[in-house]
Design a protein around this ligand. Structure first.
Ligand code: GUN
Length: 289
């Protein structure tokens, strides 16, 4: 992406606008299929409560049936497994998600809980089956993880090309960094994935045409780490005394980048939109199977 003047501030990639466009496009299918999304929450993590509110609100706005299953913090693993099994078996539930993190006593069993979710209803795209399909090609990205899919929807909305670009991802989690790297590779980007053991992070980030950061460390990416006219996607979100903060020093980087996502209001709404989109796709696939 080129700009006329080097000093022009970056284009703001507005996730609220792009998410609204995605949801508008989904409305006819939602009317036709009448899918239902269930969000399972265990305990009272404040960040989770806020994310769930946003998910429920977007469902309401777009006319999608939704239910919040809120279990107490001392819920046993057995009770949670039984709830997952009942959601798997309920034909009226199109898709469901287990909001993470779980309370400490359940956290080590997260891989087992995720493994017990029926892949056809895994609208977060966290199961090995759905993550594995993402490895094949774009044609098999049927239920991709919601945040990476949201990043790609945001780039698409602003007509930002990916093919042939050098995408640098900072963060290699199973639900964001790794699948985002693969999904960008599926779209023919040249991809570098950086993480906590990467030596000389800045040497990598300075090479990025598209820089995606998903670490959760406010201010990690400073302006000197960003190439002029890069597209910067900030996926980090941390609650601080000064409010929600991304991983990127927004004020300084926006003077240098061609485009940048704000936090909040960037990737967050796109995650919600792609969760709803996954629910519609799950309903379409369930109807045709
Ligand atoms: N915790 C933070 N983000 C997410 C998300 O997208 N899905 C789930 N299940 N938990 C989360």
């Amino acid at each position: 992406m080129r700009r006329m003047m080097a000093a022009m501030p970056a284009l703001i990639l507005d996730g609220k606008i792009a998410a609204a466009a995605v949801l508008t496009e989904l409305r006819p299918a939602i009317r036709d299929l009448d899918p239902q999304l269930v969000v399972v929450q265990v305990g009272d993590d404040p960040a989770s409560a806020s994310y769930i509110r946003q998910k429920m609100q977007s469902c309401k706005q777009v006319g999608m049936r939704h239910r919040h299953e809120h279990l107490p913090a001392d819920t046993s693993a057995d009770t949670l497994f039984r709830l997952i099994e009942s959601l798997n078996a309920d034909d009226d539930v199109t898709g469901f998600i287990l909001q993470l993190p779980l309370p400490a006593h359940l956290q080590e069993s997260v891989p087992l809980f995720l493994r017990s979710i029926e892949p056809a209803k895994d609208v977060d795209g966290f199961t090995a089956y759905n993550l594995g399909k993402v490895f094949l090609s774009t044609e098999y990205e049927h239920l991709p993880p919601a945040t990476p899919a949201g990043v790609l929807l945001l780039l698409d909305h602003y007509h930002i090309p990916v093919q042939g670009k050098h995408a640098v991802i900072v963060g290699h989690s199973n639900i964001v960094g790794k699948p985002l790297s693969v999904m960008l590779l599926n779209r023919n980007a040249t991809v570098t994935t950086c993480h906590i053991y990467t030596q000389d992070l800045a040497a990598h980030t300075r090479m990025a045409d598209i820089l995606c950061v998903a670490v959760g460390k406010p201010g990690l990416i400073t302006a000197d780490m960003v190439k002029h006219d890069a597209v910067v996607v900030d996926i980090g979100i941390t609650r601080t005394d000064a409010g929600l903060k991304g991983d990127v020093d927004f004020g300084a980087v926006q003077e240098k980048a061609a485009a940048i996502t704000p936090v909040p209001g960037g990737v967050g709404p796109m995650t919600v939109a792609s969760l709803i989109r996954n629910c519609v796709h799950a309903a379409q696939r369930q109807r045709s199977s």
